[in-house]
Design a protein. Structure first.
Length: 260
């Protein structure tokens, strides 16, 4: 079975270990990997993952262009990679940076409100949301009981205000706020990935949310380098799902979004 990991992170080799550890520290997790592209490709071979969506995060506006160009180079070098771009609301010309993402051939935009420290529904981003409607999907980190930046109610507001925006809510729409997210997003037009969920929820609870949202809306993701892709794939395959549900979550939904 083909598998596309819709939630992975890599870093330049010289900073990979430090960057991965910083992310681990943010969540009080010891990362499974250091986060280089070669590690990710090796993990893919070991786990049976055939493609990865790369999701970069710029914590400062001045990092945006450099990071997006790094991801574009990696995508151009490795056919297994589908790169998203990063943005930051402090960018002087945020629409210009969005245009550059399109010029680079990147497949979408990733936001991480908690580490970037802005609200998902920050009105400085509204021009971008409007600009990319019908052009690029938007994947947003959702949920963290420690912060309010990425509360799923904020993503709900974005979905309501931009009905043509293709939205992907990471971590079943609300990491550590799974039930609140379900109540807010179950009837909304959005996709959700299951990255960083199987380590925190029993299998029957993951199955409950998959069936509650509908398999047509769910994407597989590992959150590499925090977790081992091999373990994440093994956990996914143990879920009680039909063959059709497995195929949709593993790759068919991803191919629709990526338009490949």
């Amino acid at each position: 079975m083909e598998i596309i990991d819709f939630h992975a992170h890599i870093y330049p080799d010289k900073i990979a270990e430090k960057a991965s550890q910083a992310t681990g520290d943010f969540y009080s997790i010891v990362p499974a990997h250091s986060g280089t592209s070669q590690e990710l490709l090796a993990a893919g071979k070991a786990s049976g993952i055939t493609g990865f969506v790369l999701l970069p995060v710029a914590t400062k506006a001045e990092q945006v262009r450099h990071i997006n160009e790094f991801v574009a180079r990696e995508m151009g070098t490795h056919e297994e990679f589908y790169g998203f771009g990063t943005l930051h609301p402090d960018c002087e010309d945020i629409v210009g940076e969005t245009e550059h993402i399109l010029e680079l051939g990147l497949k979408g935009i990733k936001l991480h409100p908690d580490t970037q420290q802005f609200n998902t529904d920050d009105d400085r981003l509204y021009e971008v949301f409007d600009y990319i409607q019908g052009r690029l999907p938007l994947l947003v980190h959702c949920g963290d009981k420690r912060f309010d930046f990425s509360h799923p109610r904020r993503l709900k507001k974005v979905i309501d205000n931009f009905p043509r925006l293709q939205v992907i809510a990471a971590h079943l729409g609300g990491w550590s706020l799974f039930e609140e997210a379900f109540e807010l997003l179950k009837n909304k037009d959005c996709y959700l990935d299951i990255s960083s969920t199987m380590m925190f929820l029993p299998p029957e609870q993951v199955e409950y949310y998959i069936h509650g949202y509908g398999a047509d809306r769910i994407l597989f993701g590992t959150d590499f380098p925090l977790w081992s892709p091999t373990q994440e794939v093994a956990g996914f395959k143990k879920l009680h799902l039909t063959v059709e549900e497995f195929e949709k979550i593993a790759y068919k939904n991803a191919l629709k979004i990526l338009k490949v």
